[in-house]
Design a protein around this ligand. Sequence first.
Ligand code: ATP
Ligand code: MG
Length: 700
Amino acid sequence: MAREPADVPLGIIHTMSGTLDTLLAEDRLFPPSLEFRSQANVSNPAIYAEAHRNPVEFWESCAKSLEWSRGWHTALEWNLPDAKWFVGGTLNACHNCVDRHVSAGHGDKVAFVSEGEPGDVRVFTYRQVLETVCKIANALKEAGVQKGDRVCVYMPMIAELPMVMLACARIGAAHSVVFGGFSSESLHERINDAGAKVLVTADGGWRRGGVVELKRIADEALAKGCPTISRCLVYERIGSPLADGVPNYNPGTWIEGRDLAWSEFVDRQPVDCPCEDMDSEDLLFILYTSGSTGKPKGIMHTTGGYMTQVSATTQWVFDFKPDDVYWCTADCGWVTGHSYIVYGPMSLGAKQVLYEGTPDTPDKDRFWKVIERHKVTILYTAPTAIRTFMKWGPEFPGRCDLTSLRLLGSVGEPINPEAWIWYSETIGGSRCPVVDTWWQTETGAIMISPLPGVTATKPGSATQPLPGIHAAVFDENGKDVTPCHGALSYMVGSESLDQGPEVGGILAIKHPWPSMLRGIWGDPERFRQVYWSRFDGAYFPGDGTKVDEDGYFWLLGRIDDVMLVSGHNISTMEVESALVDHHAVAEAAVIGKAHEIKGQGIAAFVILRAEFAANSWPEGKGDSHDLVSELKSHVAQKIGAIARPDDIFICAELPKTRSGKIMRRLLRDVAEGRALGDTTTLADPSVVANLKDKYESSEG
Ligand code: ATP
Ligand code: MG
């Protein structure tokens, strides 16, 4: 397998020299309100000390909230890099997410409110989910799937997608969900890497008023050669009556003997199907990372430890209550959809909203309409979405009643302080705690986040490691430089620990955690190399962080995005946040660009808020604009002259992955006049191609 430079941890030494300079100061503090604290699931900070005393025992007590068919004999076996949690225990993830709620008398509780982009709304109770999941599970078995097999899932974001995932878990097959926005090439690659036996797809999905022709794309992928696939199960989402209105809709080519129509094959199945007893360490799923830095990795997660941590963190971080209406806007194609749509919330019997389409269809108020219509209480979304809403302006949320909301979450990228404040005020009415959650596909569950009834939040900081998580900051030599070593004074219930000054460096996780990845599918060597060779004995997530004098973590983005300007390591995130702090700016992407004197200079790509873009600052470098020199001074004033951008380029769009993350390595290619690197995980490759043209013509 080809190895991308970003996969080789030692490559990082090129960019980092010495510790990371920390520049941006943010001193706004938001303690939990008395009202929130008094009803919170976790309101006593003693939980940190308890977890710290014995993390393994602590996680054992969390694991007991699941239903196990057999108890474990050993809580943790740790032979770096291989962890086994709850060894000897058996359980079934689907049973824990569905059956046990029905058995407990909650069969009539709504599990999913599934809103299609065209406006169709379908409601499924837990009993209906159980019946449908059993039918799907029986269908998969009839199609030849057995315990231990892999099933590839390529579907739109409708209720059948999580139900297919649960059906796989029920019969002990691992799912590999591929985001419905990926091309046939990416699907083909992922099917073959995982060796999937069956592909589950749909005839299409609705997106921005049109149809994504999933079955046609799946046909293309299979035609490239997928020797392990024997059957393709097709859910009729578009169906002929609806599709009649869609010009040029291509439903693909039906291949008898391979393709199975859901309406015939699933609907006729019996509504009961036993849950397989799974070992705690049996594979639950494979999921490929988003590919921001290089070739996606097939991350493996197993059953007992993963379920324990996703369930506990949903309870703590989202302060989840039985009458909440929860909406996570992620797609099940990403880890957020696995952990915080399917396995975490459903293990707690949540009622949740699923939405199929884009936030601007039919208009830019769609998200807020969804919240108003279904009275959503908890919203979990991504900074990329929040910055897009800022760019569109406050009139769209202003049209809707958002008073049902009581908690807001963010995940996927660092959230700039101004975006945090906008989210808190404009969406949360200054009433809702904001939880900025740091984690990765690899960590499986949230690792660093506020506990909303305990933690005073600081905009832009994911605050502190959760109870039972030992996060630290290391310098480039792998030395632990965390101020007040290991844990915060209040976490261990002591005031006597020394508190050091703020430090910047590389994030590390020092102790195994239950939902940690168990490997990269098919590549144990790459697993060891990428995550376990950088530090001695600790996990290397690849992100930079600073830890302030209060012990708060500020995630600074990927280490390989760090700039080295005149001998100072500067994080792109801090310069971006200083730009977004200016009232004209909605979004910014910053990169280091080769510079004769400074080593690297700072180049910024900036998107203006709608009202400023309308004042017509044209796209381009625009050195003569007053606004551009104002932005440069703003950064210099906010965080120091060293971080003053050399170039500012005003643009309409930024290159993003299909999960919405800015792809800085491509912007480096643009700024340094190189051919563009791998663009296959981009949402829209034309964005970067256009940007490159405009950039080059403005360089003259
Ligand atoms: P790849 O590993 O293939 O390059 P990726 O890292 O984008 O892709 P994910 O696992 O989806 O794939 O993303 C995890 C990364 O997202 C983290 O390592 C971190 O860089 C970033 N991230 C996620 N949440 C936060 C957050 N709350 N604050 C800061 N960064 C975050
Ligand atoms: Mg990653």
